[in-house]
Design a protein around this ligand. Sequence first.
Ligand code: FES
Length: 101
Amino acid sequence: MACFWKVCDVADVIEGQGLPVEVDGLGIAIFNDGGQFHALLGRCPHANGSMGQGWIEDGEVVCPLHRWRFKLTTGRCTTVGGNSLHRFRCEVRGDEVWVEV
Ligand code: FES
């Protein structure tokens, strides 16, 4: 059964840059896009690039390895159709970021 986990503090997530975190062995990438927080699967479907080391451009996350792009709001890949990143529910509670896994 899914439950929420505290993954980091709000201050840990630099706006526009990813932050890799781990929940129960699962790698997740946290992003702050102008104060909106998002949690996406931490591994790129192309070749396992670390999405937590990626960054945001125009509402999309960019994979650091080969620059595939994914919509922050849907996880859908806009570089190669049919690919996506799983999104997790993400909430800010006070100064903390929580993700449902
Ligand atoms: S591993 Fe992400 S684009 Fe290649």
